[in-house]
Design a protein. Structure first.
Length: 563
């Protein structure tokens, strides 16, 4: 129970039309309309789409050139170096492209910079490493769109560069042999929001179609689904198809390393959800990069030894546990600073830094603070006279636009609307804080910093039946662009005394219209002090499913509650 603003979607005529045309419950139709899906044909594709609906990869500018150059390198046994990023999206992009090109007989190598030593992206000095490894062709994955100096040096050294990326470009594009990036205004590609793994998949798809190996593509979609979810890409269009069918494919995994990782996560022999990726598999892969051991994650997916793969999966688990401890320490320190200085009363954006903070986890901490205070946050680690920042933002405020306004302060920066990073000299932090606070105060209103709960539809318990649930499952997977549906049930009766579980959660039974459900309030254990049996409450919740003794159980996962 908090001061959230409840925004209930108004019933729309289009929902009645979709319900009638597709034969689906009105509540499901209303959810589709809320996602801006009004047309019955578009809605049918959203609910029942298949991999046959993937776009022609040659719609993406640069694809023809990239495919021809890569195939020539394979045929002539040229050394191909794949240059990747250290997050899940980048790591899996490296793994996918390496395996694909190697399967075609390519001479392939890879390089991923260490996050804490070299930072993000391809830098001019990386040409020395490329020449040392005697590579004739460099293919970047999940990075490179701003690597103008590196590409210039590479051309001088007779090394061709193909860039595959999905980030926003700088003012000048690199003069590369080919650039694959759906985010470019002239890319021509229908889906602008592919993750790095998605762009790499389109390249692999193009090459495999030329080589008559299209039947192998479904194996790669499993990794695409993990990278897409972990990179918080919008789950619409192709991304939705990648994730939907990739998750299904993860029920039967042949890659020894991935199987070991899933076993370590307790996911063997069960249906895999987007939550399993976002909260179990993804963080373990990410932990390797965050804690400066990226190569451990890559080696896991290349391992052919059961013992080695189990050891590497255990190492990722240990790195993730260490990451969690470091993250919690920084979060506690930042929270203490905010509360002691009443920063939430004074600023529309939080800018904080410390020389003791581990920059590998700052993005996660920034995300937690953003969720708690509902305002943009950028946290910095101070090292060697530089400030390394990682930020997260609310939907009302574009973080990358904000950094664009302050670009003169930075040695380097980049990112997306909701997540971005930057590096600047420590001596400029004072002026940077003034500039960014000024910008944020002009763009972020008091209303923006109020947490909004967007409710898809009112729902009486009597409407929760097998037809509703069956059609609800068609909406999977949930994520950015297709959030988990939120329902409002009014005048429900609390019919059991609320219990605190694991000291931080609350659980009780609620009844309305003759139906009773278990309600779970995660991270809201203090609710047990203000709710009692017999209370009449309005509930805002999402569905949560669990399996017990072979039976699937539906609970209500509470977002908010009012008496």
């Amino acid at each position: 129970m908090n001061n959230s603003v409840w925004i209930v979607a108004s019933p729309r005529a289009e929902a009645y039309n979709l319900s009638s045309e597709l034969g689906i419950p009105l509540e499901i139709a209303q959810i589709l309309v809320n996602r801006k899906i009004h047309d019955p044909e578009v809605a049918h594709k959203f609910l029942f789409g298949n991999l046959g609906e993937l776009h022609d990869p040659y719609l993406m500018a640069g694809m023809k050139e990239a495919v021809e150059r890569t195939r020539r390198a394979i045929a002539q046994k040229e050394k191909i170096l794949i240059f990747g990023d250290y997050d899940v999206d980048g790591i899996l992009s490296v793994v996918m492209l390496f395996k694909a090109l190697e399967s075609l007989g390519g001479e392939v190598d890879y390089f991923i910079p260490e996050r804490l030593k070299e930072g993000y992206g391809i830098k001019e000095e990386h040409i020395d490493m490329v020449l040392k490894r005697e590579a004739n062709l460099v293919i970047s994955v999940d990075c490179g769109i701003k690597a103008t100096q590196f590409v210039r040096r590479a051309k001088e050294c007779a090394v061709d560069v193909i860039i595959t990326d999905h980030h926003r470009p700088g003012e000048v594009l690199p003069d590369a042999f080919a650039i694959l990036n759906p985010a470019l205004s002239n890319s021509g590609y229908p889906d602008k929001s592919l993750a790095g793994v998605g762009v790499v998949f389109k390249l692999i798809q193009s090459i495999f179609e030329k080589e008559g190996k299209s039947s192998s593509l479904p194996h790669y979609i499993k990794l695409v689904s993990i990278g897409t979810i972990s990179d918080i890409a919008e789950l619409r269009g192709e991304n939705r198809l990648f994730v939907k069918f990739g998750l299904k494919g993860l029920e039967d995994v042949s890659n020894l390393g991935l199987r070991s990782l899933m076993e370590n996560c307790g996911l063997t022999g069960r249906r895999i959800s987007e939550g399993d990726i976002g909260f179990r598999i993804g963080p373990r892969i990410n932990a390797a990069g965050r804690m400066g051991m990226t190569d451990a994650a890559v080696r896991l997916f290349f391992s052919s030894s059961h013992q080695e793969s189990m050891e590497l999966a255990l190492l990722l688990d240990q790195l993730n546990s260490k990451r969690q401890r470091v993250e919690q320490k920084i979060y506690t320190q930042a929270l203490d600073r905010i509360e002691k200085k009443s920063l939430d009363k004074r600023y529309k954006i939080f800018i904080m830094g410390c020389e003791e903070w581990h920059r590998g986890v700052l993005g996660i901490v920034a995300s937690r603070l953003k969720d708690f205070f509902y305002r943009p946050v950028i946290l910095f680690a101070y090292e060697d006279g530089k400030a390394y920042g990682s930020g997260r933002s609310i939907s009302e405020f574009s973080l990358i636009d904000c950094l664009d306004e302050c670009k003169d302060f930075f040695l380097d920066y980049g990112g997306h609307v909701l997540a971005a990073g930057c590096v600047l000299r420590l001596e400029k932090m004072g002026l940077f804080k003034e500039a960014i606070n000024c910008f944020a105060h002009s763009r972020v209103t008091d209303e923006d910093t109020k947490r909004k709960v967007y409710i898809d539809t009112k729902l009486d318990f009597s409407r929760i039946n097998s037809s509703l649930i069956e059609n609800y499952f068609l909406l999977f997977p949930f994520g950015v662009g297709n959030p988990k549906p939120i329902f409002l049930t009014e005048k429900a009766e609390v019919v059991s005394s609320p219990q605190r579980i694991q000291r931080k959660h609350a659980k009780f039974l609620v009844r309305q219209k003759g139906r009773t459900f278990e309600a779970l309030a995660w991270e809201k254990g203090d609710w047990v002090e203000s709710i009692q049996r017999g209370d009449s409450v309005d509930l805002v919740y999402s569905f949560q499913f669990s399996t017990y003794l072979g039976e699937e159980k539906l609970c209500l996962s509470l977002e908010d509650l009012r008496k």
